[in-house]
Ligand binder design. Structure first.
Ligand code: IPM
Ligand code: MG
Length: 383
């Protein structure tokens, strides 16, 4: 074997060994953190970079307002973490610098602004995405992304697997000389089980009647095949819920079909399909700038926009026109997650009112619409 082939095989072995260890650790870890048992809940506010700090600061302001009583009583503490910028990450050559990671781990839940993800050819070193690294480091395995457009009867909740699939070893692909590049996609049994379980449990708890499983199991046979097989088996434990399965291509098409798309409710899918489909889904609601997501793990949870840091908006001097709704929707999910349902409903209703009902102000991402801060004022006035 020539040396590049040897190196590739070695790297592949390393991935297999570490993924098996991860699967084992997952089997051992089953419970969820109980926030109600904690004397003080620490909420980290991490602005990120690009438009991140602008939209995150508006959400922080709203959260502080809604949680003022809890904060005054010492039940909730806000902690700013402003070091997760692309400049710092590039300087340290790390997706998340060690000191920042330690600070993040001192928080129970985190509100995180978008962070720039470099790729080959960018002015930054091609380090791993901070989102992806945080999801892995804190084992935030469920990416829950609701999308709703009440006037069109759209009310979807996506459960995107968040630590496996094409992302698990996304930065560990191998090049064999110049001729061949190979990436890996990964599915572990406990990894599939825990996300599919969460989707079914959510459907059961919220009285939703359908769980759609989206894969490409006819082509990606090992990993997607495993995902689908586990879902089919688990569906038997939920006889009141109908499970259907879709290939991701036709599912993407059916989301556009006005007559069919209303029938979807809970959707569970591997990482990369979840990434793509949730951007498409958010477009019906007003674009990715309007959609928030919860990244849930057994110990930690992180709440963020579904979009990136929009460096182009910053370069073109339009950052102040960024849509705060993605982070405000993420804040609704955060409030629900920490057991503040009443505050969550207040914020959700105010957002629905401003985005779908009164629509007195609109955000266009440029000076044809209102600024991020003005729109946040509008939401605050509707609380
Ligand atoms: C998302 C984003 C991230 C992802 C990027 C920024 C790495 O697109 O949260 O959907 O691909 O998961
Ligand atoms: Mg995405």
């Amino acid at each position: 074997m020539d040396s590049s082939l040897n190196k590739a095989v070695e790297q592949f072995t390393g991935i297999l060994v570490s993924q098996l260890a991860r699967a084992e650790a997952m089997e051992a870890d089953k419970g969820f953190a109980d926030y109600s048992a904690m004397d003080k809940l620490i909420i980290g506010i991490c602005g990120g970079d690009g438009i991140g700090p602008i939209i995150t600061s508006q959400s922080e302001r709203v959260l502080r307002k809604l949680l003022a009583e809890d904060t005054a009583a010492g039940r909730v503490e806000f902690r700013g973490i402003d070091s997760l910028t692309i400049e710092n990450r590039a300087r340290e050559g790390k997706a998340i610098p060690a000191r920042t990671l330690a600070k993040l781990k001192e928080c129970h839940v985190i509100l995180k602004g978008p962070t720039t993800t470099p790729r080959e050819g960018d002015p930054w070193p091609n380090i791993e995405s901070a989102n992806v690294a945080m999801r892995k480091e804190l084992d935030l395995f469920a990416n829950v992304r609701p999308v709703k457009v009440p006037p069109q009867g759209i009310d979807w909740v996506f459960f995107r697997e968040n630590t496996e699939g094409a992302y698990a070893a996304g930065s560990l692909g191998v090049n064999v000389g110049n001729a061949l590049a190979v990436d890996f996609t990964i599915a572990t049994h406990p990894g599939c089980e825990r996300i599919i379980r969460l989707a079914f449990e959510h459907a059961r708890k919220t009285g939703r009647k359908r769980v759609s499983v989206v894969t490409k199991a006819n082509v990606i046979k090992a990993t997607d095949g495993k995902f689908l097989t586990i879902a089919r088996e688990m569906a038997k434990e939920y006889p009141e819920i109908e499970m259907d399965d879709w290939y991701v291509d036709i599912f993407a098409a059916k989301l556009i079909d006005e007559k069919r798309r209303r029938d979807f409710s809970v959707v569970v899918l591997p990482n990369l399909y979840g990434d793509i489909i949730t951007d498409e889904a958010a477009e019906f609601q007003g674009g990715v700038g309007t959609a928030g997501s919860a990244n849930i793990g057994r110990k930690y949870a992180m709440f963020e926009a579904i979009h990136g840091s929009a460096p182009r908006m910053v370069e073109e001097g339009r950052a102040q026109y960024a849509d705060p709704c993605s982070m405000l929707r993420a804040s609704v999910l955060l409030l629900d997650h920490i057991g503040r349902a009443e505050q969550a409903r207040r914020l959700e209703k105010a957002l629905d009112f401003c985005m779908f009902e009164e629509k007195k102000l609109v955000i266009t991402g440029r000076d044809t619409g209102c600024t991020c801060a003005r729109f946040a004022d509008y939401v605050v006035s509707a609380l």
